[in-house]
Design a protein around this ligand. Sequence first.
Ligand code: 5GP
Ligand code: MN
Length: 336
Amino acid sequence: MDFPAALKQLIQQPQNVAIFSHRNPDGDAIGSSLAMLHYLEQYGHTVHVLFPSEFPEEFEALPGAEDILVWDIHTEESKHVLRSKNLFIFLDFNALNRIDKMGDFVRDLPGKRIMIDHHLYPDQIADYMFSEPEASSTCELVYRFITGIGDGQKVNPTVGKCIFTGLVTDTGSFRHATNANVYRIAADLVERGVDDTGVQDMIFNSQKEKNLRLLGHCLVNRMEYMPEYRTALIWLSKKDYELFNIQRGDTEGIVNYLLSIKDVRLAAFIHNQPTVVKLSLRSKGDLDVQDICKKHFNGGGHKNAAGAYSHDSLKSTIQKFKDLLPLYKEPLLRKN
Ligand code: 5GP
Ligand code: MN
């Protein structure tokens, strides 16, 4: 990472800062945003964190989560706050359409912009772009940003807890997308006083009974396995959403269970959310699901984890997905 003098000055002198992350914020989006907030506040900046939509309940336990502005809910207040800002920080996304209408609003506001992200193919949306698709998580990059600028001592247990959250969620508890940095950073954070098992507890042992019943329903009644394409699929209908009273965050992580089938290379979770059909794809090995999402569903993400939205019906989205499989037969069936 490179830190021009003008950027250092921007960070080390109080500004009016807005931190953004993407729609349906996950642990990395929330963790990186709150880590950046608690870091910048040590320099006396006035900081607000804004998300386009709500975040899963388990992250309400993170320090600062209670003050996050959600554009869908606090639209007027968000606009008011944003008009006073002169520094905009984009975390865990790399195209303004990932923050929906808020992106259109922010596009025209005067001020400097910093982007820190690990998704493929960034748009040129910032004056200072830190884009590293090889990084495990935006939290890894935020840690390297803070230490790289020479502020390692500002990674206190509060900043550390937020960073650790994104490391854990984006690597599936250190099971994928890891690199040597991840373990070094995790060790450093624990030495600085982060309660690592406490964070894991916050994320994974905070489910409601209905989440387990929903998972059971998905695995027993909604799972399809297509061994000829080494592909597994779970789908959920609008009716399922009503039956299980599915709320934000309740379907997080379900797709990963499909990857636990030994021969599966491609996992899909296709669900009819109240207003739109959402796809989540995951892969093992060489198969690039970002490419599938981008080419066929106008989505994006990473090589092994990507997503998209479809405005077709659930049925035709599932059919479209299945019809694509023969196109990917070679990478799906390749021995690796
Ligand atoms: P998930 O399937 O958990 O929603 O997302 C997996 C990854 O793909 C995340 O890194 C997420 O940011 C990205 N992603 C999900 N949906 C979209 C989308 O509609 N467009 C783009 N560009 N990326 C997405
Ligand atoms: Mn991320």
